[in-house]
Design a protein around this ligand. Structure first.
Ligand SMILES: Cc1cc2nc3c(=O)[nH]c(=O)nc-3n(C[C@H](O)[C@H](O)[C@H](O)COP(=O)(O)O)c2cc1C
Length: 204
C-alpha cells in the first residue's frame, strides 16, 4: 500500500492534536492520501482479542454535507426550539468542514466473541468501546499530523438509522462516533490542564 509520509513526528502530533471546531472545506492532502491514512489505521490498530471489530466510513464532499443535513433534520425533530438553535450553530460548523469519519463497532463480531468466551462475555462491550477509541485517537492524531483539524462528536443514537439507510450500511454496525475534519480556520479553544504529577506515577 502507498503510505503518506508523516509531516510531524508522533509526539508532536499527539501534543498538537486538539478539538478543532472552526474548519474549512479544504484539505492540505489529497482524498487518496486521507483514504490511505485511514486504511493503514484500520489495518494496524490493535483490538481486544484481535477482534478487528471497528468499522470506519469516510464521507467526503456531498456525502459529508448529507450527514450534517441528516443530523439537522433529526435533531430539529427531537430538540426543543431554543436548544436546537444552539445545536444548529454547531452542526453548521461541522458542515463547514471537508469530511467526516464515522466510527462503528460490528455487533456481530462482539456477539460471536461472547458466545465463544462465555466466562468473560460481559467484558466484550467494554473492550469494543476501547478498541473503537483506539481507532478514533489514531485517526485524530494522524489527521493532525497531516495538517487537518478534527473534533469528536456523538449525535448517535439519534442519527443511527438514517445514516445506515443513507449509505446502505449493515444493520449490525453500531455507530459510536463522528469525526468532522478540515483545514483549521481558527486556533483551538483554551484548555485547562490538570497536573500531570497527580495523574501519572512512576516507580523506578
Ligand atoms: C470519549 C470522548 C468523547 C467526546 N465527546 C465529545 C463530543 O460529543 N462533542 C465534542 O465536541 N467533543 C467531544 N470530545 C472532545 C473533548 O471534549 C475534548 O477532547 C477535551 O475537552 C479536551 O480538548 P482537546 O480535544 O482540545 O484536547 C470527546 C472526547 C472524548 C475522549
Amino acid at each position: 500500500m502507498v503510505t503518506t509520509i508523516l509531516n510531524k513526528d508522533v509526539m508532536s502530533a499527539i501534543r498538537d492534536r486538539r478539538s478543532m471546531y472552526a474548519l474549512s472545506k479544504s484539505s492540505p492532502i489529497s482524498d487518496q492520501e486521507i483514504q490511505n491514512i485511514i486504511s493503514e489505521i484500520v489495518q494496524h490498530t490493535p483490538s481486544a482479542f484481535n477482534s478487528q471489530s471497528t468499522r470506519i466510513v469516510l464521507l467526503l464532499r456531498q456525502h459529508h454535507d448529507k450527514l450534517w443535513n441528516i443530523a439537522k433534520e433529526v435533531l430539529q425533530s427531537v430538540q426543543p426550539e431554543e436548544q436546537y438553535r444552539a445545536t444548529l450553530d454547531r452542526l453548521n460548523g461541522f458542515e463547514q468542514g471537508y469530511g467526516t469519519v464515522l466510527f462503528f463497532e460490528d455487533q456481530s463480531v462482539i456477539e460471536g466473541l461472547q458466545e465463544k468466551f462465555p466466562k468473560v462475555q460481559d467484558r466484550f462491550p467494554v473492550w469494543s468501546e476501547q478498541t473503537n477509541g483506539m481507532h478514533q485517537l489514531a485517526v485524530w492524531v494522524a489527521l493532525e499530523a497531516h495538517g487537518l483539524g478534527a473534533s469528536l462528536q456523538h449525535y448517535n443514537p439519534y442519527i443511527d438509522e438514517r445514516v445506515k439507510q443513507e449509505w446502505s450500511l449493515p444493520e449490525h454496525w453500531r455507530l459510536v462516533a463522528q469525526m468532522p475534519f478540515g483545514a483549521p480556520t481558527a486556533p483551538p479553544r483554551e484548555k485547562v490542564y490538570q497536573s500531570v504529577e497527580e495523574r501519572f506515577k512512576v516507580f523506578k
